[in-house]
Ligand binder design. Sequence first.
Ligand SMILES: *[C@@H]1O[C@H](CO)[C@@H](O)[C@H](O)[C@H]1NC(C)=O
Ligand SMILES: *[C@@H]1O[C@H](CO)[C@@H](O)[C@H](O)[C@H]1NC(C)=O
Ligand SMILES: *[C@@H]1O[C@H](CO)[C@@H](O)[C@H](O)[C@H]1NC(C)=O
Length: 429
Amino acid sequence: MTSRNPIAKADPILIVGAGVFGLSTALELKKRGFQNITVLDRYQPPVADGSSVDISRVIRVEYADELYAKMAREALQGWLTEFKSHYYSSGFVMLADKSGNRYLESSKAVNESLGGELAEYSDASEVLTKFPCIPSRLDGLSAYVNENGGWADAEKSILQLSQQCSLAGVNFITGSRGKVLSLRHSGKRVIGVNVAQGEPLLASQIIIATGAWSNRLLPMAHATTASGQPVGFIQLTPEEAEPLRKMPVIINLSTGIFCFPPTPDTNILKVARHGYGFATTVPIEDSPRFVSSPKRDGNNAAASYLPSDAEEGLRDGLRQLLPDFSNSPWMDRRLCWYSDTPEGDFVIDYHPQADGLFIATGGAGHAFKFLPVLGRYIADCFENKVSPEIRHKWRFRLPSGNEEKLKVGDGSRGGPPLRVLAGHEQAKL
Ligand SMILES: *[C@@H]1O[C@H](CO)[C@@H](O)[C@H](O)[C@H]1NC(C)=O
Ligand SMILES: *[C@@H]1O[C@H](CO)[C@@H](O)[C@H](O)[C@H]1NC(C)=O
Ligand SMILES: *[C@@H]1O[C@H](CO)[C@@H](O)[C@H](O)[C@H]1NC(C)=O
């Protein structure tokens, strides 16, 4: 970490990215007395194609890692209070092959050390007595159930958070003036950002909270890289939705496929895969670099396209988890963009080589649930108040030169390995 001058409360701070990392940081810094905070994004939050925005996100406290398990317990309190209008306590069920699952074994150990509510069923079929409306065949699997878990309406939670920011006095710049093209340097210092329209925006401190778009601004593919994970949506009639109302969130850790109960008012069924995903190859202007990233110009949520193997994976998952709907037409499909990291740890740190630059990204497909508390952790890193353990876990690594291909995640993923999309597939995204 570079030595640096403490940041004065009146110093202008620019936060690039209005997702859960950027907004929760903006709100927390504002609460701590920083006066001049501006959030930039291509779109107004809830950002239509942002990874923090969707009809649902899983809220669970089960983790193989004790820090995240503790944070998730703190966050759950926020979901039950401040954000309760967006939280649905449907219960959370993890399924796995009986042969065992490393992630589950560690989660069990963490549940025991922290004191949890995880229940184990060596025969998953027994779960049906608790949740009779699970429509899947569960024999041959083991199951772990926590009734204190479920899902949140991600879009509405982000809307609430952005309104809280606005009321607290955070400035927002969106549209082409908020679309950041590159960082602006002066010697070893980052002094601002170049934007798609008008003069560069300058500040004493730049916070990059750009999630899956991060490698476009800063070469950090050794530390975090974007993968698109398939998601499908099915419109149910109220009659079709009725028998599924009391369904929990279910993930089959052996395939990575997970599904949610239908949304209460709109009866939308969602199925997705928590896997290794798909990568793109985007050329970076004025550079020899190619990075995996969603597009910058245009709305990534608009196309309703999935590569055929991704779609097939979701159909297989439906056949196993929701067989009655395995042939139902998609009302929408998309890739949900993760910011993967080597061990599934976030990247929240000052850049060790560029003064004025702080990074808060690397959600690794599991950060959203921390929305009620994430800003506090990020602001603690920003103000140099975290334990050495957290500082090390979320450190910004410099390339060592001998990285293998980025090893992804914390052991919770399932399904086929990462595939780089062909040009004709990328053109359809
Ligand atoms: C806030 O910072 C911006 C630069 O990012 C500066 O132009 C503006 O004058 C500052 N506002 C206040 C009230 O200091
Ligand atoms: C989780 O922890 C609780 C409380 O310590 C314990 O009663 C329960 O058996 C644990 N669950 C599993 C699956 O180990
Ligand atoms: C879970 O995944 C396994 C593959 O390992 C599969 O055999 C089983 O049918 C799946 N079950 C459900 C309910 O998804």
